[in-house]
Write a protein that binds this ligand. Structure first.
Ligand SMILES: [Zn+2]
Length: 115
């Protein structure tokens, strides 16, 4: 992070307009030669594009918003932490659904057996 690229990451684009505004800004910085797109990679789940700042050597990950996914623009380390956190929350939610499903089956068995 530096004054030439970005001073902080964005954890979520609040609206389509906010994302469009961000794209305009990053295009400007790419044309200014500070930031270079270094391609698409798939180490993580959600990010689409990788950028490099020639001033501070930071690697930035951009994830485009898509439907309910609000996207992000974060440094490599922030993006890895953020995606790990989302992944953990997803697993906890999936476990919660599984418990609810098992209880429902038990209830149906009980109702059938007691009829
Ligand atoms: Zn920088």
């Amino acid at each position: 992070m530096c004054e030439k690229c970005f001073q902080s990451g964005i954890y979520s684009f609040k609206s389509y307009d906010e994302f469009k505004e961000f794209e305009r800004l990053i295009d400007q910085k790419i044309r200014g030669g500070v930031i270079t797109g270094i391609g698409e990679r798939n180490e993580l789940n959600f990010y689409n594009l990788t950028y490099h700042c020639s001033n501070c050597n930071e690697i930035w990950f951009l994830s485009d918003p898509d439907n309910s996914w609000r996207g992000y623009f974060l440094t490599k380390n922030q993006a890895i932490d953020y995606e790990n956190k989302i992944d953990r929350e997803g697993k906890i939610r999936a476990r919660g659904c599984m418990i609810g499903f098992v209880l429902l089956i038990l209830l149906i068995i009980y109702l059938v057996a007691s009829a």
